[in-house]
Design a protein around this ligand. Structure first.
Ligand code: ATP
Length: 550
C-alpha cells in the first residue's frame, strides 16, 4: 500500500485512463481544512493519481492549484464529489467519493442500449449536473459514457458525472512537445475539432452524442481513423435511427447542431428530455404526447454560455492529426492531440501538419513518440500492460523444474459474474431487484509494477551457447515410410545367414546330424526287424494249426 500525502493510502487500482490511474484508497486520518470533505479514518475513497507527464508539467500544477477551489466546491447529486486535491512532490492526485457501480460505457457494453424513455431520463440527470457546473462557470469538455459512473444504491442506479476539470488540467501548452487538443474524437464538438473558441455548448453536443449512443449502442460518428471521425463531426448530419421516437430525435438533433448557438442550454435540455420521456411512455396522456411533440419550443439556447478559457496556441486538430493515426476506437481514452499554433496563437487552417519549431521560451521538449501515439498506447495498455520487472533467475519459471501439483493445492476460485442489471429510469421508481455489487477487478486491472533495480550486481548472464553443428541430413531425402524397418530386417537376415554358415562350417554340427541320421536309421531297422519277427511268429503258428486237422 502506497501513501498519498499523509492522509491516504492507495489500496488497489480501479482503472486507468489517459490522464491517470484511479485507485481504491483508504483515509488514514482526517483531512485538513483545505479539503472539501474532512473524512473519517478508515473511510474508503477513490483517488485519481494524475500521470507523471501531467504532474511534471508546471502549467498543469499551477492550474491544478488555481482550480482547486472550483473543483472542490462543485457539488451536485449527479456529480462525483471531489473531496481533496493532493500535491506532494511530483504527485498530483484528486481524492473523490468512491462510486460503487460500473461506468456507463461498461454498462452499455454488458447490457446493450437503453429504452428511449430510460435514455431520456438518464441524460436528463446528466443535463442537471451540467446545468449546475455551467452556472459555476465550469465546462466539462470530455463528456462520454466512460465518464458517467452508475452509483448503485438501494436497488437504484444514479448517473454520476466524473472527471470534471480534468480535460482543462490536461490542456496544457507545455504538456508535450507542442500544444495539444484534449478530447475524445467520437464525442468532440465541431468547434473543438476546428480549434474555434469553445463554450459550455460543447458539453451539450457531448450530451447529444451520449444520448444517441444510449438508444442505439454506438455513437453517431464512429469508425475509421480519428481524423475521419473529426471530419464527420464537421460535415455529416446524423440520420434518425428507426427506433428513436420523433420527439427524442428532435432533442438529439438540436444538441448535435453544428452551430453551438442553436444547441439548448443544459437546463432546457433537462426539461425537454423529461417532457419527451413523459410523452413517449406507454402510459402517456394525450396532453403529455402533445407536449413531447412540441419539445422543440422548450430547447432554447443558453443566452450566456460559460466560456472555456482559451489556451494560448489552440488550434485545429484536424490539421495536425497524423493522417496515419490508425483505425479509431470510439471507446479509446481521452485523446491529447498535438496541434500547431498559427500566428496569434490560433491554428493556421491552411497548414497541413506543419513541423512545429520549439518555443525558445517554452518548456523543454521531451523526446518521444507523437502524443497521439502515446494516447493510443495508453488505451491499449488498459487491457494489456507489459510489466517490466527484474526477475531473480532462481524464480524464473522457465528455469524451474516442473513440479507435480500438490494434492492439497486449492483450485483457483472462479469469479462469480453477477447477473446484469437493467438500468431503470429514476422517475419510474426502480423495481426492487437484486442489487448488483460492483466488484472492482484487481486481477484484471493492470497492476502497477515498479521497476526495482537490483541492489546486488546483476547476475552474469549465461555464456552464449555454442552454435550447434548443422544436423546431418538423411541420405534418404524421399523419406519412404517403413524403409528403416525393411533395412533392419534385411540386416538381421544377412546376420542370421552368416552366423548359420559359420556354425555349419566350424562346429561338429554336420557329424552330429550324420550320427543323428544313423541313429534314426538304426531305430528304423530295429523296428522293422521286430515287425518282421512278429509277423513270422504269427505265420508259424497258423501253419502248425493246419497240420492238426483231419
Ligand atoms: N470515483 C470513482 N469511484 C469508483 N470508480 C471510479 C471512480 N472514478 C473512476 N473510476 C473508475 O476508474 C476507471 C478509470 O477512470 P478514468 O476516469 O481514469 O478513466 P476514463 O474516464 O475511462 O479515461 P479518460 O481519462 O481517458 O477519460 C473507470 O473505469 C472508472 O470506472
Amino acid at each position: 500500500m502506497r501513501p498519498v500525502g499523509s492522509k491516504y493510502l492507495l489500496e488497489e487500482p480501479l482503472g486507468r485512463g489517459a490522464t491517470g490511474t484511479v485507485w481504491r484508497a483508504r483515509q488514514r486520518e482526517t483531512a485538513g481544512a483545505e479539503a472539501a470533505v474532512a473524512g473519517e479514518p478508515g473511510e474508503t475513497v477513490a483517488i485519481k493519481v494524475l500521470k507523471e507527464e501531467l504532474a511534471n508539467d508546471a502549467d498543469v500544477v499551477m492550474r491544478f492549484l488555481r482550480e482547486r477551489s472550483v473543483l472542490l466546491r462543485l457539488t451536485h447529486e449527479n456529480i462525483v464529489r471531489t473531496r481533496d486535491l493532493v500535491v506532494e512532490g511530483d504527485l498530483l492526485a484528486l481524492v473523490m467519493d468512491l462510486i460503487d457501480g460500473p461506468d456507463l460505457h461498461r454498462y452499455l457494453r454488458e447490457n446493450g442500449p437503453l429504452t428511449p424513455v430510460a435514455a431520456a431520463l438518464l441524460t436528463a440527470q446528466i443535463a442537471d449536473a451540467l446545468a449546475a457546473s455551467h452556472a459555476d462557470g465550469v465546462v466539462h469538455r470530455d463528456l462520454k459514457p466512460a465518464n458517467v459512473l452508475l452509483d448503485e444504491r438501494d436497488g437504484r442506479m444514479r448517473p454520476m458525472l466524473t472527471d470534471f476539470g480534468i480535460a482543462r488540467l490536461a490542456d496544457s501548452p507545455g504538456l508535450t512537445r507542442t500544444h495539444e487538443f484534449v478530447g475524445t474524437p467520437a464525442y468532440v464538438a465541431p468547434e473543438s475539432a476546428e480549434g474555434r473558441p469553445q463554450t459550455s455548448a460543447v458539453d451539450i453536443y457531448g450530451a447529444g452524442i451520449l444520448l444517441y449512443e444510449l438508444v442505439t449502442g454506438r455513437p453517431p460518428f464512429a469508425g475509421g481513423t480519428a481524423l475521419e471521425v473529426l471530419h464527420r463531426h464537421l460535415s455529416e448530419e446524423p440520420r434518425r435511427p428507426s427506433n428513436v421516437p420523433a420527439p427524442l430525435w428532435t432533442v438529439i438533433e438540436r444538441c448535435l447542431s453544428k452551430d453551438p448557438d442553436r444547441r439548448p442550454s443544459a437546463e432546457n435540455l433537462a426539461r425537454g428530455l423529461r417532457t419527451v420521456a413523459a410523452g413517449i411512455g406507454v402510459h402517456a396522456s394525450s396532453a403529455q404526447i402533445a407536449a413531447a411533440d412540441g419539445v422543440g419550443a422548450l430547447l432554447a439556447p443558453d443566452p450566456a454560455p460559460a466560456a472555456v478559457p482559451e489556451t494560448p496556441g489552440a488550434a485545429d486538430p484536424t490539421q495536425v492529426l497524423p493522417s496515419n493515426a490508425g483505425s479509431y476506437d470510439p471507446n479509446a481514452a481521452t485523446s491529447v492531440m498535438q496541434h500547431a499554433p498559427g500566428p496569434g496563437g490560433h491554428a493556421d487552417p491552411t497548414s497541413v501538419m506543419p513541423p512545429v519549431p520549439p518555443r525558445p521560451d517554452g518548456p523543454p521538449e521531451p523526446d518521444g513518440p507523437h502524443p497521439w501515439q502515446s494516447q493510443l498506447q495508453a488505451a491499449r495498455d488498459r487491457n494489456e500492460q507489459t510489466q517490466v520487472q527484474y526477475l531473480d533467475p532462481g524464480q524464473d519459471p522457465l528455469r524451474r523444474r516442473p513440479q507435480r501439483p500438490q494434492p492439497q493445492q486449492q483450485q483457483p476460485q472462479r469469479r462469480q459474474q453477477p447477473p446484469p442489471q437493467q438500468y431503470q429510469p429514476q422517475q419510474q421508481q426502480y423495481p426492487q431487484h437484486r442489487q448488483q455489487q460492483y466488484q472492482p477487478q484487481p486481477q484484471q486491472q493492470p497492476q502497477r509494477q515498479q521497476y526495482a533495480p537490483p541492489q546486488q550486481p546483476a547476475p552474469q548472464p549465461p555464456a552464449p551457447r555454442q552454435p550447434r553443428e548443422p544436423r546431418q541430413r538423411s541420405a534418404n531425402p524421399m523419406r519412404i515410410p517403413g524403409l528403416g524397418c525393411l533395412k533392419g530386417c534385411l540386416f538381421t537376415l544377412v546376420l542370421l545367414f552368416v552366423a548359420g554358415w559359420l556354425i555349419w562350417e566350424l562346429t561338429p554340427l554336420q557329424d552330429w546330424i550324420g550320427q543323428g541320421k544313423s541313429y534314426w536309421k538304426a531305430i528304423g531297422d530295429a523296428i522293422s526287424t521286430v515287425t518282421d519277427w512278429i509277423s513270422e511268429l504269427g505265420g508259424g503258428s497258423d501253419s502248425s494249426g493246419g497240420n492238426t486237422g483231419p
